[in-house]
Write a protein that binds this ligand. Structure first.
Ligand code: ADP
Ligand code: MG
Length: 256
């Protein structure tokens, strides 16, 4: 349904052994929302994104994508299991994740990276997948690099290829985990500009970033995570211009 939230998280908890990393996170991203997630190292930002697209199994709680709630059951080991494997595949295919370290397949060309999931998971015909991939690569400025292997590209080019790969599945929402923190400073701008471009067309995103000026500029909502709980959240002008929590104040001044 078009008016369902794109992503809805209810009381999400994640424990690694005795360490509880997420302590009851509830968060909603409406259609077209751009949710920036900020917080110190180890606060649980990556784990949160990884639980949303099921790279990690939540210990408890619910995640609903476009109104479809993951059906989970508790496994012998105490973590939640997803009852329906095809549901997992479908949801994961439609939640594109962009990682800090690009995670392209090194032995495939840029084009092959982009067409892989559309062909093998979504069942798209090769011609159509290639046609779409070429358009997306042009869009991110990589039209001339499509036959190259990732190792021959700059970090900024690799990250733009990774973004094209996610766009190729026409994602319900995009998850970015510090997409620019592995880049040399002079390459950050080209990746942020691609993300800004996607934000302008109202794609739903959850974006973990240390680029505070960027978050303030593009986000519709900012969430400050601290030790596995949402310490403060709100519109960017409030979070950055009028923070309430002393921890948030301290965090903002430490990264500014
Ligand atoms: P952030 O992305 O905010 O830096 P993470 O979500 O990566 O934080 O990690 C939060 C906490 O969870 C850290 O203490 C980290 O060491 C721990 N952690 C993350 N992944 C695992 C794992 N697979 N096994 C054990 N502990 C983990
Ligand atoms: Mg992280």
């Amino acid at each position: 349904m078009a008016n369902e939230p794109a992503i809805e998280i209810r009381d999400l908890r994640k424990r690694f052994g005795s360490l509880e990393v997420l302590k009851g996170i509830s968060l909603t991203a409406g259609q077209g929302d751009i949710v920036a997630i900020i917080g110190g190292s180890g606060s649980g930002k990556s784990t949160l994104l990884r639980c949303i697209n099921l790279l990690e199994r939540p210990t408890s709680g619910e995640v609903a994508i476009q109104g479809e709630t993951y059906r989970m059951r508790t496994s012998r080991h105490g973590d939640m299991e997803i009852a329906d494997r095809r549901q997992v595949q479908r949801i994961r295919a439609h939640l594109g994740m962009v990682f800090q370290n690009f995670n392209l397949w090194p032995h495939r060309t840029v084009l092959e990276n982009v067409i892989e999931v559309p062909i093998h998971v979504l069942g798209m015909k090769r011609d159509e997948a290639v046609h779409r991939a070429e358009k997306l690569l042009n869009r991110v400025g990589l039209g001339s690099q499509k036959s190259m292997y990732p190792g021959f590209l700059s970090g900024g080019q690799q990250q733009r290829a990774a973004i094209a790969r996610v766009l190729a599945v026409d994602p319900l929402a995009m998850l970015f985990d510090e997409p620019t923190s592995a880049l040399d400073p002079e390459l950050v701008g080209e990746v942020l500009s691609v993300i800004r471009d996607l934000a302008a067309e109202q794609r739903t995103m959850m974006l973990v970033t240390h680029e505070m000026a960027f978050a303030r500029d593009v986000a519709s909502h900012v969430v400050f995570l601290r030790e596995g709980v949402i310490e403060e959240q709100g519109p960017p002008d409030q979070i950055f211009g009028d923070p309430r929590s002393p921890y948030l104040k301290q965090f903002i001044s430490s990264v500014a």
